[in-house]
Write a protein that binds this ligand. Structure first.
Ligand code: FAD
Length: 292
């Protein structure tokens, strides 16, 4: 189970992975474990488990990651650092290692509004966390990247310089923020390579099946909506069944285009909805099999 995700992503074939998130209250963890079980039954390459914003619930992420691994699927545990001290982060990593969870997505996390950077007893950037994990040893480390630039970066070029630092610090693979226009990803991959960033990049796809999600998602992620997708939301957003079908079709088409253009590592933001993940895996059945 301790397979390195970076090594997996470099191996031949298409690797389709999924993301789940823990519940807000620990009392509901069993419900999300069931979701994890349904998604694990699709046999994704791995399942990533997010870390609660604010960083106060590492045990939620650990518990779900453990549950994923008991289903025979590698877990990728997210870990944010900005809202916690270095010594507490060290404790979180120790706990993960004790549970046999050795793939970690090292993230900065978001700085709470109205507060500035914390003191020197905190890591300030994901690259600092990455370096500390690398020095500790025993983990395969991933990082986040942003095809349209991180919203706080002064420019896309400066963001890529930060990304290069993260890779130099030890990030062995990257997962992208969601994007709705594949051309943006292709440009990003080209520009990243020009900066010498040559680790595997997993393309993050979010099936949008509900018009209400759109505003929140685009505000949070900074992802832009191409006119083709905006037209779909405009036309079908008022009808939940139609929007669901159109959203699944759009995400499926994005994935098929990625695979056709040689992008073989794809991460599905499932929003804890196994039925949507199932529909997309079903749509891709022969395509995934033909490239295995
Ligand atoms: P960093 O890589 O540290 O970058 C943050 C900003 O600092 C960027 O603008 C970058 O350009 C800049 N920068 C980097 N290095 C330097 C430097 N040395 N000097 C100056 N500027 C620098 N959030 C959660 O709370 N929980 C999660 O589970 C979670 N999962 C995520 C998964 C993915 C795939 C993605 C894309 C995001 C996720 N996030 C999550 C959100 C993430 O925490 C935020 O986007 C956060 O604002 C940035 O995190 P980062 O790791 O990319 O930071």
């Amino acid at each position: 189970m301790n397979q390195s995700i970076a090594q997996m992503l470099k191996s031949p074939g298409v690797h389709l992975s999924c993301e789940i998130f823990p519940p807000k209250e620990f009392g509901r963890i069993e419900e999300v474990k069931e979701v994890a079980g349904e998604i694990a039954a699709l046999r994704p390459a791995y399942i990533s488990v997010t870390y609660g914003a604010g960083g106060t619930t590492p045990h939620f992420t650990r518990e779900l990651s453990k549950s994923v691994q008991t289903q025979g699927i590698p877990a990728l545990s997210h870990l944010t650092c900005i809202n916690d001290t270095r010594s507490r982060i060290s404790g979180v990593l120790e706990d993960l290692r004790e549970e046999g969870i050795t793939n970690v997505l090292a993230l900065r996390g978001d700085i709470p509004p109205g507060t500035g950077f914390p003191g020197e007893d905190h890591f300030h950037y994901a690259s600092e966390l990455t370096q500390a994990i690398r020095e500790r040893g025993g983990f395969c480390i991933g990082g986040a990247c942003y095809p349209e630039g991180h919203p706080q970066a002064p420019s896309r070029d400066a963001d890529l310089d930060g990304l290069r630092r993260k890779v130099d610090a030890g990030a062995e693979f990257l997962t992208t923020q969601m994007f709705f226009d594949n051309a943006i990803l292709y440009q990003f991959l080209y520009r990243a390579l020009q900066k010498g960033i040559d680790v595997p990049v997993t393309a993050g796809i979010m099936p949008v099946v509900n018009a209400k999600q759109i505003k929140r998602i685009t505000a949070l992620s900074g992802a832009s909506l191409p006119p083709r997708f905006a037209a779909i939301v405009d036309r079908f957003g008022g009808n939940p069944d139609c929007m669901r079908e159109a959203g699944i079709a759009y995400a499926t088409e994005q994935i098929i285009d990625l695979i056709a253009n040689g992008v073989h590592n794809i991460h599905l933001y499932t929003m804890n909805k196994p039925q949507i993940a199932r529909a997309i895996f079903g749509n891709l059945g022969s395509i995934l099999g033909s490239l295995a």
